[in-house]
Design a protein around this ligand. Structure first.
Ligand code: SF4
Ligand code: FES
Length: 250
């Protein structure tokens, strides 16, 4: 296959960016999207040019490092899939693709397709952990947890922090991420002592950093590679109201 690419090139946060056209020949349908970019980068290096910078680590859809938009869709056209797990068989010979970094004020572009997602770390630092002393590891199953709660907590814990939800949201809201990170703790007994304080501080830090509010577009859910449900946003909102009404002080 021959694929035409228009890749966002931006040398630094301060510099302005532009789309740069490239053509990649002999693309196998078995390649992942990132492997196709590896081929492009080999070409660029041989030509003495700067390779395209993009984030990646595991290339197995589990670390959350990768991510950019392909023709305006975060992580590209395959639902429930990170860009590292997207394969070229999803595209046709001669397709023209536009690759852009996540667009959000809270995710400044560092270089080309790489953005700074430190904002997510700050939200987690604000409460996405359990600090109670738990002593030594308890026996398995010593704390009864309903199947419904454990399944739901597991679904929330599947969030890999990729940032696609923010990129897809017209408000650049981080509510899907924040709600997943708060819920996977708040649904379990171990997460109860800090539940209300956690909710308040994570939401407040999210707003301070400059992520927008949720106005129910559900674009986040549509692009999330882990198919995190917006039900967690509703849960976070309910907890936030309870915390604001003083439950957290009890
Ligand atoms: S909620 Fe989904 S889209 Fe958002 S950071 Fe987590 S895995 Fe990525
Ligand atoms: S490189 Fe790890 S999720 Fe894509």
């Amino acid at each position: 296959m021959k694929i035409k690419l228009n890749v966002w090139r931006q040398p630094s946060s301060e510099a302005s960016g532009r789309f740069e056209p490239h053509t990649v020949e002999n693309v196998s349908q078995h390649m992942s999207f990132l492997e196709m970019l590896d081929v492009l980068n080999e070409q660029l290096v041989l030509e003495g040019k700067d390779p395209v910078a993009f984030d990646h680590d595991c290339r197995e859809g589990i670390c959350g490092s990768c991510g950019f938009t392909i023709n305006g869709i975060a992580h590209g056209p395959e639902a429930g899939t990170t860009v590292c797990q997207l394969h070229m068989r999803k595209f046709k010979d001669g397709d023209e693709l536009w690759l852009e970094p996540w667009r959000a004020a809270a995710f400044p572009v560092l270089r080309d397709l790489i953005v700074d997602r430190t904002g997510f770390d700050s939200i987690v630092e604000a409460g996405g952990y359990i600090s109670v002393r738990t002593g030594s590891a308890p026996d398995a199953n010593s704390i009864p947890i309903s199947k419904e709660s454990s399944d739901s907590a597991f679904d929330a814990a599947a969030c890999i922090g990729c940032g696609a939800c923010v990129a897809a949201c017209p408000n650049a809201s981080a509510m899907l991420f924040t709600s997943a990170k708060a819920s996977h703790l708040g649904l379990l007994p171990q997460g109860q002592p800090e539940r209300w304080r956690r909710t308040q501080s994570m939401v407040e830090v999210m707003e301070e950093i400059g992520f927008g509010h949720c106005t129910n577009h559900r674009e986040c859910e549509a692009v999330c590679p882990k198919e995190i449900s917006v039900d967690f946003i509703a849960r976070l909102n309910r907890d936030y109201i309870q915390a604001s009404l003083g439950r957290g002080s009890k």
